[in-house]
Structures are given as C-alpha cells and as structure tokens.
Design a protein around this ligand. Structure first.
Ligand code: ADP
Length: 423
C-alpha cells in the first residue's frame, strides 16, 4: 500500500477529508467507544467519554488539518543552482502502544503518521485491543484504501511486537511503554537502522509551594496521581510539599481522597476504577510493601478494598508521607494510585531533588509567584512542566521525555518531524 498504493500520491486534501471523516464517525459513536474502552481497561466510563473519546477525535481533526500544510523550502544558495527541499513520508511505520489510554495513544500515533502519507501497522496492547480494532474497521468503512491502516493484535516479545520492531521492511517504529521494553525496541531496530521514537516512563515531581492556592493544589495533586488509576506515564507521583503548609495540605488531601468513589468502571458514579490487570495490581501492592519497609508513613490505602468490591483488581487510593527522594517508592515507577509525599524546606532543596531521578517526562509547580515558577520551569529536566494545573493536554502542545523518559516529541508540529524525511 505504501509503494504502489494511492495513499501518498492522492491529493493532500483528500487524505485530510478521510481523516476528518474518521474523526466524525468516532464522534458519532462516542458512547460505543467509551463503553468499549472501559470494558477493556477498567477506567471510569465518564472519563472514557469525556477524555479519551473527545481527545481522540480532536487529535484526528488536528492532524487532518496538517495534510494540506506540509511544505518543503526553496533555499537560495547562490545564483548558479536551484535548490529546494521536499518533505516526504518515511514509508511503512510500525506503532506499538500500551494499555493505559488505548484509543488516545492510537490517535496520537495514527493521526500524524497518516497525515504525512505513511502507511501504518499498529499493535495495541494485548490487554486492550478493542478500540483500536474498531477504529481500523471504521477507517475501511469511510474509505481509507486497504492496507493503509493496519491493526495487528498480539503479544509483545516473540510475537507481533517483536515482529514489528525487527522487520526489515518497516522504516520507522514508534513506541510507548516501559523503558525496559524501549531498550528492546532500540536493540531490534539495528537490523535495518529503522527510525525510532520512544515515549517511556516517568516519576514526575509535583511541587507545592507555601504561597500556592492550596485548595487548587490539593485538587491538582489528586488529578496528578489518581487520574486513570495512576496508570499514567506523566503521573505526579512525587509530591513535594513545602513544610510550612504540609499539615494543612495533608489534612485537606486525605479528607478529599476519603470521599473518592471506587467501583466498577461502567458505573457512571465511579471516579476511580480497577487497575488494568491482576499483574499490575500485584505489582502496585508489592510497591506498597516496599514503601512500608523503607519507613514511609502510610496515610491511607496500601491495600485492595474489601467488602463490597470483591471482584476486580482494585487498589485503594494510597498516600505515603515522610518519603525521602532516595527511597524506591520515590525513584521507581509504580504505575498505580500511589502517592509519595516528600516534605521540603526551601526552593533550592526542592530544585535539586526534583531532578534527582532517571526520568524526565513531566513536572508540576504550584505557586502564586510567577518569577519563581519560570525559574523552576527552566531548571526542571522534563518535557512538560505544568504551572498551577496538571495533566492538561492539547494536540497542539508537544509531549515527550528528557533522560530515560525517551526521545522524540509527539503532538503539534513535532510529530510531523517524526513521520517525514527531508529530501
Ligand atoms: P506494560 O508493562 O505497561 O504493559 P510494555 O512496555 O510491556 O508496558 O508494553 C507496551 C507495549 O509494548 C505493548 O503493546 C506490548 O505488547 C509491547 N511489547 C512488550 N514487549 C515487547 C517487545 N519485546 N517487543 C515489542 N513490543 C513489545
């Protein structure tokens, strides 16, 4: 479909029309997609509808707009030669995505790759294939030429995942997942030196200064760690609180957390659902044990709920206080609803600790002093820094990591760089 097919040769406006059409068809079926996503992943259906489906549609529309805006340059080198550049699709792109935002991650990947004229083989995570399959089905119905958008299900190692990352006819692989898997993808890429972009884990510092709007920061801290059951690579899992407001902050936080309604993701009242799998639940609970052994103070949670939630892989919203930045609970990605609270004395101390981590995907800063905020924004080694907000996304704004959180920036015009060659 890439070499011989019509996709990269068709009018850019026609590619755009198909992507807009796909977005419209997904939007029309918002309820169906929300249900599917929740059945697969467990997340609250309200979030599936208002976050995952809405942002998926917006992402496809945003990249539909790019189809007609891809440009080369004419460069005046001298009067003797005529020089210009072309921006061309890379070819066949392999995309391997995780289970935490199955349809949204599919949109982040498919939108720009297709807009640029590539053909795609996308592998959803083995736990959550349904919405990607449904998107593939709709793409055929709205008129994408066969072979342009391919959804292949299967496992990672020794299966569909490694088949993609090793394949000599795949020109680029884009991956989102654990850093351990990211290394395997890079190793596999050496066969044909395929282009690689990686979006890996994180352990974000979320920093609350005493001069912040404390109620807003409490809500932001909760959004930072409990959204999507904490299964978010940019989760604000290291919460630094200035000592002066620590007690006030913690009492407000625990009061609110105590009121969170945990339950079946399909229940409209649920705000925190189950983890994606038994394996993840056990991994999270084992980190709770580690934190206790390290001497962190358990404030709430740390176990699965009993009583009326006997079925399902639930973990109670968990907060550990008096954590030190060098403890494992502060350094390793738990990927669950487990918050590590680290009290700090002053700006200098927190600035140092924020960067003492192998990851660098995101950070949060809460303060009413904009000078302090901007200073820290430039100091923190992270691809995204939110000030007085958290987990805010828009297809226009780039996302990606420093350090072990990966390389390449997605979204905005940055994805266009990832999916084109310059000739
Ligand atoms: P998680 O632990 O969160 O499931 P992974 O990094 O294991 O994260 O999985 C993310 C995606 O990578 C999934 O689609 C999975 O099937 C795939 N995957 C896992 N291992 C490999 C591998 N060795 N090669 C290619 N893909 C893999």
């Amino acid at each position: 479909a890439f070499e011989e097919g019509p996709w990269r040769r068709m009018a850019a406006a026609e590619r755009a029309r198909l992507l807009y059409k796909l977005a419209d068809e997904i939007e029309k079926r918002a309820d169906e997609f929300a249900q599917l996503e929740t059945m697969d992943n467990g997340k609250p259906v309200k979030e599936s509808r208002w976050v995952d489906v809405v942002q998926t549609v917006e992402t496809f529309r945003y990249y539909a707009g790019w189809c007609t805006k891809l440009e080369g340059e004419t460069n005046h080198v001298n009067d003797k030669y005529f020089t210009y550049t072309l921006r061309e699709p890379i070819g066949v792109v392999g995309q391997i995505i995780p289970w935490n935002f199955p349809m949204l991650m599919a949109a982040w990947k498919l939108g720009p790759a297709l807009a640029c004229g590539n053909t795609v083989v996308l592998k959803p995570a083995e736990q959550t294939p349904l919405t990607a399959l449904r998107i593939g089905e709709l793409a055929l119905e709205v008129g994408f030429p066969p072979g342009v958008l391919n959804i292949i299900t299967g496992f990672g190692p020794d299966s569909a995942g490694s088949a993609i990352s090793n394949h000599m006819d795949i020109d680029k692989v884009a991956f989102i997942g654990e850093d351990k898997t990211g290394r395997e993808i890079v190793k596999a890429s050496v066969g044909n030196l395929k282009r690689v972009s990686l979006e890996l884990g994180g352990k974000a510092p979320n920093i609350v200064f005493a001069d912040a709007d404390i109620d807003a920061a409490v809500r932001g801290a909760m959004m930072g760690i409990f959204f999507n059951q904490g299964q978010v690579c940019c989760a604000g899992s290291r919460l630094f609180i200035e000592e002066k407001v620590h007690d006030e902050f913690m009492s407000k936080l625990t009061e609110r957390v105590g009121k969170m309604r945990q339950g079946n993701g399909l229940d409209e009242q649920t705000v925190i659902g189950p983890q994606v799998s038994k394996e993840q639940m056990e991994r999270i609970l084992s980190y709770c044990d580690i934190a206790k052994k390290e001497g962190a103070k358990l404030v709430c949670g740390g176990e699965s709920p009993k009583g009326d939630l006997p079925n399902g892989y639930f973990v109670k919203p968990t907060i550990f206080d008096n954590v030190r930045n060098d403890m494992r609970i502060a350094q390793e990605e738990v990927f669950g609803p487990v918050l590590a609270v680290i009290p700090f004395k002053n700006e200098k101390e927190v600035a140092e600790q924020a960067n003492k981590i192998l990851y660098g995907l995101s950070a949060g800063i809460w303060t009413s002093d904009s000078k302090k905020a901007h200073k820290l924004v430039s100091h923190v080694k992270a691809g995204t820094v939110w000030v007085n907000c958290y987990n805010m996304f828009d297809p226009q704004m780039p996302f990606g990591g420093y350090k072990m959180s990966g390389y390449g920036r997605e979204l905005g015009k940055h994805s266009i760089e990832l999916y084109t060659n310059v000739k």
